[in-house]
Ligand binder design. Structure first.
Ligand SMILES: *Cc1c(COP(=O)(O)O)cnc(C)c1O
Length: 441
């Protein structure tokens, strides 16, 4: 306590993670919203500068976070929205907190965040080692665009740590995975990957070290925080579980302090900046309701997964919460909420039965079409982590950038279906599933 009886520590100290997701950092000279219950939408593309000197100082300070100690005691000099503005700053502060990282930089979409982090870590001659199953657009980025920049990509099985070790070369700069993998729900042992990178880095200098990047979109920070397991960078599509309501597209990179200036410069020059009008709903609705939504959705996911695993029309059901899940021990070790409880998430993957691949595919198509036309509580749509339950067929939709003849080798089943559980009651989702499974069988 100081002389006035005010606590010396920050107001938010000592409260739960969930409280921080609702309130964020209360006292910060970066924003002046102390009389608003909620921060208003910042809708100013440019900012008034009092003098040429102040303008020059603003430009000089941009992306020089080493000066931050001198800047921290007063409001920053905002110049232009693409360089930074209050809504995004507040959102980034809370996203960094949510993942346990030093800093967060938002982007206009999940893909802009993926290309942002890979953009600062690689250059001509670098190689990215990635898990063989990847979100379709990430796969397309690595195979369509990066060859033009002479950035190589190799796809291997990251569930086999020895294969990862054997595949690392002098050119390897990034180990890139999703966990849980979209859409198969395979898990990658993140601690093992971080330890492998750390041991290789012992023999490397700063310029050729390897960085680990995890796309944690399927988990959300409520269910897993890879930085705490030793991973360098986490990326998210804010469009999914963090945004939660499906109103806006966005992305974020969370990582160590040294990366802040590079990410800010990259975002400024490549221009994939998150609109303040899209940052705002994530800040005032998405993050504050994340814990509540995820708790409810994963409770429902468990019931729905158990239901699916009893159905004769289905070959196999994969959900990290099921006792039959083939990586159950890893799931319990790395998917935990802020209180340390097991948090297997709200995504389910299941494969329709069929004697041949073409039969399974046809079965999946009949099932999906029946849902699209008849279901009330399940919608055929891509995206996930929404308050509405969504279903899709990855092979022909989200992962169609992976050529059909390579899909099976890349872990995608022709009859595979992705189900993203929402906030409906389990009985309502099961009612729709039962009806369509019977009709398609
Ligand atoms: C949706 C998604 C992305 C891309 O995010 P956008 O916001 O659509 O650009 C990246 N990775 C995963 C795992 C996703 O599900």
């Amino acid at each position: 306590m100081d002389a006035k009886g005010k606590k010396e520590e920050k107001k938010e100290d000592g409260y739960s993670a969930e409280a921080h997701l609702i309130y964020g950092k209360m006292d910060d000279p970066k924003w002046d919203y102390s009389h608003h219950l909620l921060p208003p939408i910042s809708a100013s593309a440019t900012f008034r500068l009092d003098s040429a000197r102040r303008g020059a100082q603003g430009f000089a300070e941009f992306a020089h976070s080493s000066d931050e100690l001198t800047v921290r005691s007063r409001a920053p000099i905002y110049i232009y929205d693409r360089l930074g503005e209050p809504n995004k700053d507040m959102l980034e502060e809370n996203l960094a907190f949510a993942e346990g990282g030093d800093i967060a930089v938002t982007f206009t979409s999940g893909m802009a965040a993926v290309s942002g982090i890979l953009g600062i870590l690689t250059g001509a001659g670098s190689e990215i080692l990635a898990h063989k199953t990847l979100y379709g657009c990430t796969y397309s980025l690595l195979t369509t665009w990066y060859p033009r920049l002479k950035i190589g990509a190799k796809f291997i099985d990251f569930t086999d740590i020895n294969e990862v070790r054997r595949s690392i070369t002098r050119s390897t700069r990034v180990l890139y995975v999703e966990s849980p993998v979209n859409p198969t729900l395979r898990l990658i042992d993140l601690r093992a990957i971080a330890e492998l990178a750390a041991s290789v880095n012992k023999t490397r200098s700063d310029v050729d070290r390897i960085y680990t990047v995890v796309d944690s979109t399927f988990a959300t920070p409520y269910c897993q925080r890879p930085i705490g397991l030793g991973i360098d960078f986490v990326v998210h599509s804010l469009t999914k579980g963090i945004g939660g309501f499906g109103t806006d597209i966005g992305g974020v990179v969370i990582g160590p302090r040294w990366s802040l200036d590079l990410l800010m410069l990259y975002r400024k020059d490549f221009g994939g900046v998150l609109s303040s009008k899209s940052a705002w709903p994530v800040l005032v609705q998405g993050l504050p309701s994340l814990a509540l939504r995820m708790r409810q959705m994963q409770e429902t996911a468990m019931i729905v997964a158990e239901f699916l695993s009893t159905r004769k029309e289905i070959e196999c059901t994969r959900y990290p919460g099921l006792p039959s899940f083939n990586q159950a021990a890893l799931a319990r070790a790395q998917m935990v909420d802020y209180d340390g409880n097991f948090a297997p998430g709200a995504m389910i993957y299941f494969v329709m039965r069929g004697e041949k691949a073409s039969d399974a595919l046809a079965h999946a198509e009949r099932f999906i079409n029946h849902i699209a036309q008849n279901a009330y509580c399940i919608t055929l749509a891509v995206s996930l982590g929404n308050i509405r339950t969504l279903v899709e067929h990855p092979g022909s939709m989200t992962h169609s950038a992976i050529p059909a003849e390579e899909q099976v080798a890349k872990g995608l089943d022709p009859g595979g279906i992705r189900l993203a559980i929402g906030l409906e009651k389990p009985g309502d989702i099961i009612k729709d599933l039962t009806f369509s499974l019977e009709a398609a069988g």
